[in-house]
Design a protein around this ligand. Structure first.
Ligand SMILES: NC(=O)c1ccc[n+]([C@@H]2O[C@H](COP(=O)([O-])OP(=O)(O)OC[C@H]3O[C@@H](n4cnc5c(N)ncnc54)[C@H](OP(=O)(O)O)[C@@H]3O)[C@@H](O)[C@H]2O)c1
Length: 227
């Protein structure tokens, strides 16, 4: 099967790509211009800065010419950006929305004929911040609420597609390191979800039998037993 994934160089997106490739699927990765993922056996790459969603029609044109069906698209790339609403100018806010929301939406739009043809699955990697927004990730949470709304609207508009929103809580990746630095707290990987667990859930959504759709998946770390 064929999949397009954003954020394949690091974190959750990378693990999804690794696992799909290991299972024999063809994965097309979206990478920043000039960036490579040499150690990933990608079927192809789309080079695009997701902070510029308007660049995606041109960036995806080779891909859309070369494939006529797409089984799944995962928008995993995301940024925290500036934290508090009081610190965010419209331009700052736009920068967060560009990567977290508009790039995913534009990628879906560019690949819609291929997704429709395959009755494909779109997985939007949201966050528990998309269920309950507030400091210190106020602007990020606002963008994730928008992504949740986008997922619902896409599901209603494109009944042939499956649309999944996944809402992970804290996950042990570079993004969580960045957040812990903002919070001036220690990074304790064992307190957070493993990125491989989130990747597994995304793959389940992509490969679910065709009679069903996982619409909204909320995943949080389970309490660690006290020693
Ligand atoms: N980690 C958490 O605690 C957590 C919790 C809930 C939800 N999430 C969500 O999970 C998703 C994946 O996060 P992660 O933890 O895997 O993050 P990560 O380790 O920080 O990786 C982020 C990925 O996004 C890519 N990216 C960011 N800006 C980009 C741009 N302008 N153009 C192209 N690619 C760009 C990065 O590419 P480069 O490698 O080139 O920089 C990287 O591959 C995000 O949507 C995030 O909001 C994360």
């Amino acid at each position: 099967m064929k999949f397009v994934i954003t954020g394949v160089r690091r974190g959750i997106g990378r693990l999804v790509a690794e696992r799909l490739i290991a299972d024999g699927h063809q994965v097309y990765g979206v990478l920043r211009p000039g960036s490579t993922a040499d150690d990933l056996d990608l079927a192809g790459s789309v080079h695009a800065d997701l902070a510029e969603p308007g660049s995606l029609p041109a960036a995806t044109s080779d891909l859309t010419r070369s494939i006529d069906r797409l089984d799944g698209l995962v928008h995993s790339a995301g940024i925290i950006g500036r934290t508090l609403l009081a610190e965010n100018s419209p331009a700052d806010m736009q920068a967060i929305f560009d990567v977290n929301v508009l790039a995913g939406a534009e990628l879906v739009r560019c690949l819609l004929p291929q997704l429709r043809h395959a009755a494909g699955t779109v997985v939007l990697v949201n966050s528990t911040s998309g269920l309950s927004a507030g400091p210190p990730l106020s602007a990020y949470g606002t963008s994730k609420y928008a992504l949740r709304g986008y997922a619902e609207a896409l599901r209603a508009e494109e009944p042939r597609l499956r649309v999944t929103s996944i809402f992970p809580s804290r996950t042990a990746t570079d993004m969580q390191r960045e957040l812990r630095a903002i919070e001036q707290g220690e990074f304790v990987a064992e307190d957070y979800l493993r990125p491989s667990t989130v990747a597994d859930l995304i793959i389940q959504a992509l490969l679910l039998p065709d009679d069903a759709v996982l619409t909204d998946v909320v995943v949080r770390p389970r309490a660690r037993p006290r020693s």
